[in-house]
Each structure stands twice: as C-alpha cells, then as structure tokens.
Design a protein around this ligand. Structure first.
Ligand SMILES: [Mg+2]
Length: 316
C-alpha cells in the first residue's frame, strides 16, 4: 500500500481568481513544484482532490476542466513535478445542469474523493494527509482518517479571527503555503517512522498560523536548497551518528594508549629487575645466587605481564 498527500487545488496549488474556465488562467502558487517533488521523494503520491461545482452551475464543462488540469500538469512538469492523480467533484445540489445537480459523497467536506482514490490507488489513509485552504478540506481529510494541514493564505479577510482560531484548531497543523505543509509532512514522516519511541507525536510543535501580510512566498532557503531541505532531519541523524563514532574511536584510542603505556612501563621494570639479577649473579658474597634467582623470577613475571599487555592491545 502507498501513502498519499491529498491536495486541494484552488488556493492551495493554483491561484483562485473565482471560477477558472480557461486553461490560460492557470497560475501555480509559488513553490508548489518544490513541495510536490519533496513529497514524492518522501514516498507520497500527490493527489489533487477538488470540488468543481462550476460544472454543475454551467460555468464550464468537464472537458474544460480536463484542459485546465492538463495545463496544471504541464506547468508542473515544466518544473519537474508530477501529480499522480486528479480527482474532482462536478456535482452540486443547486446546480443548473441537470445531470450534475445533486448531492454527492464526492463533494468535500464528504470524504468520497479521498476514499475513492484510496480504493483505486491502494492507499493507506492512516498514513496519508489532506492539505487544503478551507475548512471543508480539513473535514474531508479527517473523515477519511488522514492527518490534516490547513493552508492559510496571508491577508485572507473572509473569516474573522475567532473563526480562524476555531478552524485552526481543527487541523493538525496550520501553515502559510504548500511548501511549509510539505516540510511538516516530511518531518513528521521521518519522526514517526524512525524516532517514534523517542519522540511522542504529542510533543510535536504546531506551525504558527499565518500572519497578515503580502502574498505568501515560499521559504527562500527552501527555494535555494529545494532538494536538500527535506533531508534536514536525516542530516541531523547522520551528524549524531558520526559524533558517536568519533566518541567510540576516541575511547578506543584512550584504551589503546593506556595498554601501550602500561606494557612499556612493565617492560622497563622487567629489564631493570633482570639487570639487578645479573648484578647479584656477577657480584661477590654468600647467598648472592638465591637473591639473583629471586630477581630473575621477578623479571620473568614482569616480562610476561608486559607481553600480556601488548597482546591485549594488538587484539583490540
Ligand atoms: Mg481551495
């Protein structure tokens, strides 16, 4: 089974000037291709799920919609990004085109599009995410059993602060654009995939809600280092690993030096006692032989000890 990121279309991947009915009006939001590429690298399928009630309202046909989506794919492909699938819901109960004028389980906040994608593409919903700019995106994601990220377009004025807070509380994370959403998803995937025992997911920080201001730009750092940024956690782990290796090497080195030093000292003592034994042996006076023998035995013991140290050190 695969995991997926379900992505809303309007105001999440492309600009939303109202109803788009012409491929010429398709304009990607800044940085979306980076987000989609990094999610694909992290093993996610990128699947667009979009309500298109304009079809039911007679503002465009499904053919128009197909050309618009072909244009979205073309613009992404120009930047090296690829969408695995696009699901849309053309229905709306107040539609004017009869065949589309009805309720549908596909229409967000119902989770039908996500469930259909999961069935058709063999997706594991519990490992998947829904990213979108509206409350209905978040609800659809939650009802499908996915984790959710709300994209807050900066300068958005259609909701009051209290509404924003309520909505923000519903999503697992709130971010300013798809690029930030992708970073969170990659980070969370790394964390829960590898470090679950160490870091409970409850401790995960929630990204701050969007601030007021100009149109959101993708993180400049990510734009420059687009290919590396999602690997941050991985790099940190590699650094920790190499640090641990350095520590182990260092302690081995210390042990190695200690053994060498001890061996050297004992070796010198062995030579010294041998010299004493020889001096006693060559000297004059009664009882010199037993004393010389005593020192010779000490010397042999020392020599054995020194050889033992050297052997241990060499076998390490
Ligand atoms: Mg939207």
């Amino acid at each position: 089974m695969s995991k997926a990121v379900f992505i809303d279309r309007d105001n999440t991947i492309i600009e939303d000037p109202g109803y788009i009915s012409d491929p010429g009006a398709v304009k990607l939001l800044p940085g979306v291709e980076l987000a989609i590429k990094s999610l694909a690298r992290a093993g996610f399928k990128n699947i667009v799920c979009t309500n298109q009630s304009g079809v039911a309202r007679g503002m465009l046909t499904e053919d128009d919609l197909e050309s618009i989506h072909a244009e979205v794919r073309r613009q992404l492909a120009d930047k090296g990004a690829h969408l695995d699938a696009i699901y849309y819901c053309p229905f709306h109960p107040q539609g004017t085109i009869e065949q589309y004028a009805r309720e549908s389980d596909l229409r967000k906040p119902k989770p039908g599009m996500l469930l259909r994608a999961a069935e058709e593409l063999d997706l594991e919903l519990a490992q998947s995410w829904m990213v979108g700019d509206s409350a209905r995106d978040i609800e659809a994601g939650q009802r499908a059993g996915c984790r959710t990220i709300r994209v807050r377009i900066a300068g958005e004025t259609s909701t009051t602060t209290s509404e924003r807070n309520v909505d923000a509380a519903q999503a697992d994370f709130t971010v300013r654009n798809l690029v930030e959403a992708a970073k969170i998803i990659v980070r969370e995937t790394d964390r829960t995939g590898t470090w679950e025992a160490v870091t409970p997911s409850a401790a995960v920080a929630t990204a701050p809600p969007s601030s007021q201001g100009r149109f959101p730009q993708p993180d400049a750092r990510l734009s420059e280092e687009g290919d590396d940024a999602p690997m941050d956690d991985h790099r940190v782990r590699l650094e920790i690993l190499s640090h641990l290796r350095r520590l182990v090497r260092h302690s081995e080195l210390e042990e190695f030096s200690f053994l060498k030093l001890a061996g050297g000292i004992v070796q010198m003592l062995a030579l010294l006692t041998l010299l004493i034994a020889v001096l006693y042996f060559l000297g004059s006076g009664s009882g010199r032989v037993p004393v010389a023998t005593f020192w010779a035995l000490i010397s042999v013991a020392m020599q054995t000890m020194a050889l033992t140290f050297f052997t241990i050190q060499r076998n390490k």
